[in-house]
Design a protein around this ligand. Structure first.
Ligand SMILES: CC(C)(COP(=O)(O)OP(=O)(O)OC[C@H]1O[C@@H](n2cnc3c(N)ncnc32)[C@H](O)[C@@H]1OP(=O)(O)O)[C@@H](O)C(=O)NCCC(=O)NCCS
Length: 268
């Protein structure tokens, strides 16, 4: 997705930066670990394929990706956010500060249609007709020494807060990827709606289950054939969810800021 191409997000607990080509070598090293591939249901890729993936995720209108990094320093260092008001690519996200990634994948919602709004849409009420979508979220804190200190939870809370702040823009970019019906068609689209956010987790991945539970996700259904459960945040895209906003701001840390991601110092 282009939306976050130049945006870094900083809180007192975590830094998120757009996934760039200069991150790929480290990303590839992480994905060489079979346990990481298993936990994230990923295939082993060559370095070249990983570069292609990174480029395609930037272009894809349905995929929003950030690299998770250790938080910026405060109080006068070269990474000090108050001084720079920007995150220098290759500095704030130097290899030894990269810890994982967090991403969202949007797709059409294939619910059961018993929802009132969905029913209205099916009746052909064009004013009410909406395009429903769902989003799958993935989190990885790749380096075990960074696990268990709240980084994963802070990264997901910060990321979802960003998604809520930019939901219209995210859905607008996503809608460009769909074959949208014309205005007078029975299924005309007035506004896209994000129905839910879903995490697909190995049933034995307790840390991930605990993480998503703490952020308001609830298990839907039983363990599937692949040994995965679905943790779902229903109605994530609907209006106010005050309780979640309150809870997430304590988890993501203080001083949420969106900063310019400055690539000017990157060596080719
Ligand atoms: C799952 C993962 C993202 C968690 O990230 P993290 O930074 O270690 O998580 P946090 O420290 O924010 O929180 C983890 C929570 O799980 C708890 N936890 C960890 N292991 C646990 C276990 N075996 N049983 C129960 N709870 C456990 C921790 O105590 C913590 O809860 P607390 O803060 O209430 O004490 C990370 O371990 C990871 O990336 N693993 C590999 C990839 C992966 O599994 N991704 C998820 C795919 S859906």
């Amino acid at each position: 997705m282009r939306l976050n191409e130049d945006i870094a997000i900083s809180t007192s607990k975590v830094l998120l930066v757009p996934y760039d080509a200069h991150h790929v070598q480290q990303y590839h090293r992480w994905m060489e670990d079979p346990s990481i591939r298993e936990a994230t249901a990923s295939e082993r890729l060559s370095l070249e394929e990983e570069y292609e993936n990174q480029a395609s995720w930037r272009e894809s209108r349905d995929k929003l990706t950030f690299i998770v990094c250790a938080p910026l320093l405060r109080g006068g260092g070269s990474l000090d956010v108050e001084e720079t008001k920007a995150v220098l690519a290759g500095v704030g996200d130097a290899v030894d500060r990269m810890v994982g990634d967090v991403n969202l994948f949007l797709s059409p919602w294939d619910g059961d249609g018993d929802d009132e709004e969905q029913a209205q849409a099916q009746k052909g009420d064009e004013k009410e007709a909406k395009t429903y979508c769902t989003a799958e979220i993935d989190i990885m804190i790749a380096d075990p020494k960074f696990r268990g200190v709240g980084l994963g939870r802070a990264a997901v809370a910060t990321f979802l807060y960003f998604v809520r702040q930019h939901l219209d823009g995210i859905l607008a970019e996503y809608m460009g990827s769909l074959d949208i019906p014309t205005a007078n068609s029975k299924t005309a689209t007035s506004k896209p709606v994000l129905k839910d956010v879903v995490a697909k987790i190995n049933a034995d991945n307790k840390a991930s289950i605990v993480l998503f539970q703490a952020l308001g996700f609830k298990q839907r259904g039983e363990t599937n054939y692949f040994g995965e459960i679905e943790m779902v945040f229903e109605g994530f895209g609907f209006g106010e969810i005050d309780e979640w906003d309150k809870m997430s701001s304590s988890v993501m840390g203080d001083r949420y800021e969106e900063l310019f991601y400055d690539r000017s110092q990157l060596k080719e």
